[in-house]
Write a protein that binds this ligand. Sequence first.
Ligand SMILES: Cc1cc2nc3c(=O)[nH]c(=O)nc-3n(C[C@H](O)[C@H](O)[C@H](O)COP(=O)(O)OP(=O)(O)OC[C@H]3O[C@@H](n4cnc5c(N)ncnc54)[C@H](O)[C@@H]3O)c2cc1C
Length: 454
Amino acid sequence: MAPVRVAVIGAGPAGYYAAEALLASETPLVAVDMFDRLPTPWGLVRAGVAPDHPRIKSVSAQFAEIASHPRYRYFGNVELGRDISRDELLARYDAVLYAVGARSERRLGIAGEDLPGSLAASDFVAWYNGHPDHAALAPDLSGTRAVVIGNGNVALDVARMLLLPQGELSQTDTADHAIAAFATSNIREVVILGRRGPAEAAFTTPEIRELADIEGLDVGVDDPALLEQPLPPDTPDIKRIQRNITALAKYGAGRVDGERRMRFRFLRSPLEIGGNGRVESITLGINRLETEGGQTKAVDTGERETIATDLVIRAVGYRGVPLPGVPFDEASATIPNEQGKVTGGEREYVAGWIKRGPSGVIGTNRGDAVETVERLLADFADADSKAAAQDEISGWLRSRCPEMVDHAGWLGIDRHETGLGEPSGRPRVKLVTIDAMLGVARTATSADELQTQD
Ligand SMILES: Cc1cc2nc3c(=O)[nH]c(=O)nc-3n(C[C@H](O)[C@H](O)[C@H](O)COP(=O)(O)OP(=O)(O)OC[C@H]3O[C@@H](n4cnc5c(N)ncnc54)[C@H](O)[C@@H]3O)c2cc1C
């Protein structure tokens, strides 16, 4: 019997974990075609996770293993909404599974947010990771202080990357343009702002602790008394919070005159980013905390504070974007679903950040994708495949997207990048333009085709 043919849109962790669960199914047997808008797969593992955390990036080896399955195919440089449509996919596949992540930013909605020198973390992170859409960002690192707004791990990643000692990135896959920019950066102090207190911060403890290992970095909390406030015993996630507070307390007030400084400043809301033609300052509202119905919220005391700064990075969260023709819930910026089946959809499923919103670590996407796939498999338990034949689909894609990058093309890019990295002991040197990627993919695909003909 022909396998049930599923199009997985998005080659990030959710897409791969969904593919893994689909390919493991015996009844029905499933074939997976995975699409990504970029020639390269791996989503935020390639373009989000900080490059000084290579161990975390090494999860990509699992994705490569999943991709080696004989019933898996890859179609890169094909964007749903730009190159192909939802209806075209539904006409050719038994089911379509969206795993497109959340690639936009949440906005602060304050004056000065768009001044030069005020950047979304989503852009900055993509820049240092060599995402081709953001390679030209060229952030101005000529000032001495940066303010990072947000109290999650992305804020910590950004602050750390700005303050790592010279040479620390030379062994990583940080984009070459970013290594060069960080090498001449003047940033010496990063202030991390949280609206609420240390107990409400979303950091995870290892990310706080590892700051102690960064050579020459002074870490400190601007108001260490905040670390001494007792936590109600029924506080959700109390273990993580206690560990965080202990880790922060070890830094205490820190040194304020060190050569490179990371400062945590809690109970501050950004009200306005000021400057004449570019960022020069940020005005903050000073908050106190109030607990109501188990929820701790920040309440404005009316006091204000202005910090001089040359760079503001807004790390207040990612946001999903709608796919043309696919149901979308504006409030949560997700695709509405029941256990991963799209509400109001037709043979459509969803996994990962676009299903549940932009939170959770890479591994969280595995259970999430498995739930979706269980739902999908139950719907197709007794169904005969009505999908188009494999060759018909690749013929259609080739005619629609002549620059489509198949799995051989991606493997060519991968070999090329890792080969460039080898002499200097780097995991890879990333290609950062679509043209460069396509150039390498073309030769790889044709070389592989020649080998097959031999
Ligand atoms: C800055 C940052 C650092 C992080 N660091 C860590 C960490 O250290 N450890 C950890 O465990 N987790 C980390 N995470 C979380 C982790 O990256 C996410 O949980 C995970 O990547 C979400 O997976 P996803 O597949 O839903 O989305 P993504 O990883 O975003 O993948 C979505 C994919 O869909 C593609 N796509 C989008 N739109 C389309 C379209 N229209 N057509 C075709 N393809 C499309 C994109 O190109 C992308 O490849 C980090 C996240 C961020 C933002």
